[in-house]
Design a protein around this ligand. Structure first.
Ligand code: ADP
Length: 610
């Protein structure tokens, strides 16, 4: 990429330079044509002048008889006039010996008159009867000039020659312009016109010794060193279109030696044209540095353009790639999010369903349990009730006796009272009535106890004095105690309170006392002992009897429902079961203490202390 850019820029610069050179060459060709035309015009202007002058009888007469009627001064003036009108440098007349006998510059500091120029080729040509043309550095004037000479004839005799010299300094001035060097070389390659004065009389190519000697001998360029200019050629451009005379040379790219290093570095476009009539070559050296600068500028511009275009391209690509990557990333993230979301939703749905199922199961279980509990409670209540009724049934005989006794006593007191009243012993009657009153009170008490026992309980617990609870229970089992002829010993510390339901507690105690009565009935020793004490946060109550006790095998079984060792009608086998259950419900327990058979049974009731 970079390589390509560099190659492109270099190619562009080279192409531009080459194209510029071609353009310069084309311009140069026009310019050189102009210079050639100018030189030709100049020469053409002066060429006929000597011939014209040679036909002048004054010149012929003077040459034929110098010092005759034509005065020298008059001729000099005439030549000066001609010279001024034709704008030539000098116009002069030479005799056959080559001696200048009249000249336009007769009044100048160093006039030509009296000087011999017979060595000049133009003189020799003229004396040979031809038009002499020659370029040389004037030996007297030290001015470069182009000489036209023409023979002055008198019939077939050649008396001398008339010469017109033209100045080329002005031409040089006219050609001078920056960035260009115009040179004109003679057939030997010696530069005799140059817009750069230091190049005058140097040669384009080194001269071979023979030519050098010949030129020096001709005295054409007196005191000229004829050192080579030193042209290094670099590039030969495509062959220039040959003109009619075939005199246009292909332009070349050159550098000049000498001068100084700076000038030596200047690449010039060298173009040359041959002038056949004069034998000269006109050269144009055009400074091509501007072209190089232009090419450099162009390549810089192109480089900058390519660089910025590449940069823009790279940025664009990067941005596109970035956008693509971003979009891909966003799409990926979105897909991942969707996936996770879906999984989450699925998970939540599954979990919710599971939870709903579990919840339903739980609700069902709770409902089931509630129903079971309800049934259990109902069963339990029914059991308690039936147990109570069973106990009541057991107690009914005793109760009957208990009620009949006071009734009989009341009747006796009432009978006695009627008799005593008849006898007027009112005081004794009053005593009998008091007895009756006491007895009815006792009966009423029994009734209320039974009512209390039979009633269904709400199950509420409260702080109860244990002694009172035992007393009312004992009152209920009093008939049984009497029937068994058992002795009840109670040892309860005063103020001992339990947290219990009064009805249920009474039921438990009645049951334990009832069983004890049955156990001691008919035994030699008939003692029932009740002891109670507080142990930490519980109250322990032991009901022990001197009955036969409980065999080890039955110790677990007695708390099972419907386990009984009693005759049908005497026991249902529910008393202990229900009592144990009631105790547990109230936060306590009921158990039988281990003891050897025959020593009697000992039940232990534990209840929370109040
Ligand atoms: P029931 O008294 O109707 O038989 P219980 O549940 O009250 O029902 O008693 C179950 C059994 O426990 C009795 O049948 C009896 O064998 C035994 N039992 C209960 N109390 C005593 C006791 N104080 N002495 C000996 N055995 C007892």
């Amino acid at each position: 990429m970079l390589m390509l850019a560099v190659v492109t820029v270099a190619a562009l610069a080279l192409w531009n330079y080459y194209d510029g050179l071609t353009r310069l060459a084309s311009e140069g060709r026009h310019e050189i044509d102009l210079h050639v035309a100018h030189l030709r015009g100049l020469l053409a202007k002066y060429e006929p002048l000597p011939e014209l002058l040679a036909t002048n009888p004054r010149l012929i007469d003077f040459l034929r008889a110098p010092g005759g009627q034509e005065s020298i001064e008059g001729l000099n003036r005439y030549l000066a006039t001609i010279n001024r009108i034709s704008d030539a440098a000098d116009t002069y007349l030479m005799d056959a010996e080559g001696l200048t006998i009249a000249a336009s510059n007769w009044q100048a500091e160093r006039p030509f008159i009296g000087r011999n120029f017979s060595f000049r080729p133009y003189f020799r040509d003229a004396m040979a009867g031809q038009l002499g043309r020659y370029f040389a550095l004037g030996t007297t004037s030290r001015q470069r000039g182009y000489y036209f000479a023409y023979p002055v004839r008198d019939g077939d005799d050649i008396l001398g020659a008339v010469v017109v010299k033209l100045d080329i300094n002005e031409t040089e001035h006219r050609w001078a312009q920056p960035g260009r060097i115009v040179l004109v070389t003679d057939p030997d390659g010696v530069i005799f016109i140059s817009t750069r004065p230091e190049q005058r009389f140097r040669t384009l190519q080194p001269l071979d010794p023979a030519s050098r000697a010949r030129i020096l001998a001709s005295n054409r360029y007196p005191e000229a060193a004829l050192a080579p200019l030193g042209i290094r050629e670099h590039l030969h451009l495509k062959a220039a279109d040959e003109d009619r005379e075939g005199a246009l040379f292909a332009p070349r790219l050159v550098q000049l030696d000498g001068d100084n290093a700076w000038h030596a570095a200047i690449p010039y476009l060298l173009q040359s044209r041959f002038m056949p009539d004069a034998g000269w070559q006109v050269h144009l050296l055009t400074d091509s540095r501007a072209l190089i600068r232009e090419s450099l500028r162009l390549s810089l511009l192109a480089g900058a353009l390519i660089a910025s275009a590449s940069l823009a391209l790279v940025l664009l690509r990067q941005r596109q790639e970035g956008r693509r990557a971003h979009a891909a990333l966003a799409e990926e993230a979105r897909a991942a999010l969707e996936r996770i979301n879906l999984e989450l939703e699925r998970g939540v749905a599954a979990r919710t369903a599971e939870l709903t199922r579990a919840n339903q199961r739980l609700r069902d279980e709770i409902e089931e349990r509630r129903r079971t509990e309800q049934a259990l409670r109902e069963t339990q209540q029914a059991l308690v009730q039936s147990a109570k009724l069973a106990t009541l049934g057991q107690m009914s005989a005793g109760i009957n006796h208990e009620l009949n006794q006071p009734l009989a006593a009341i009747r006796t007191y009432a009978d006695n009272g009627r008799l005593l009243l008849a006898k007027g012993r009112t005081e004794e009657v009053a005593a009998n009535l008091a007895q009756i009153l006491a007895l009815t009170e006792r009966m009423a008490k029994i009734g209320s106890q039974l009512k209390l026992f039979a009633r269904k309980t709400s199950g509420e617990v409260s702080a109860l004095p244990l002694a009172a609870a035992l007393e009312s229970a004992a009152r209920l089992v009093a008939p049984a105690l009497r029937q068994a002829d058992a002795r009840l010993e109670v040892e309860i510390p005063p103020g001992l309170e339990v947290r219990a339901n009064d009805v249920l507690l009474q039921q438990v105690l009645v049951n334990l006392l009832g069983n004890a009565c049955q156990a001691v009935e008919g035994r030699a020793r008939r003692l029932i002992q009740i002891r109670a004490w507080k142990a930490e946060d519980q109250v322990v109550t032991q009901v022990c009897d001197s009955g036969p006790g409980i065999p080890d095998d039955n110790r677990q079984l007695i708390f099972e429902p419907f386990f009984t060792t009693k005759a049908p009608g005497d026991g249902l086998g529910l008393g202990l079961t229900i009592s144990a259950r009631i105790s547990a419900d109230m936060g306590g327990s009921l158990g039988v203490l281990p003891g050897s058979e025959g020593d009697g049974a000992c039940f232990e009731l534990r209840l929370p202390a109040a």
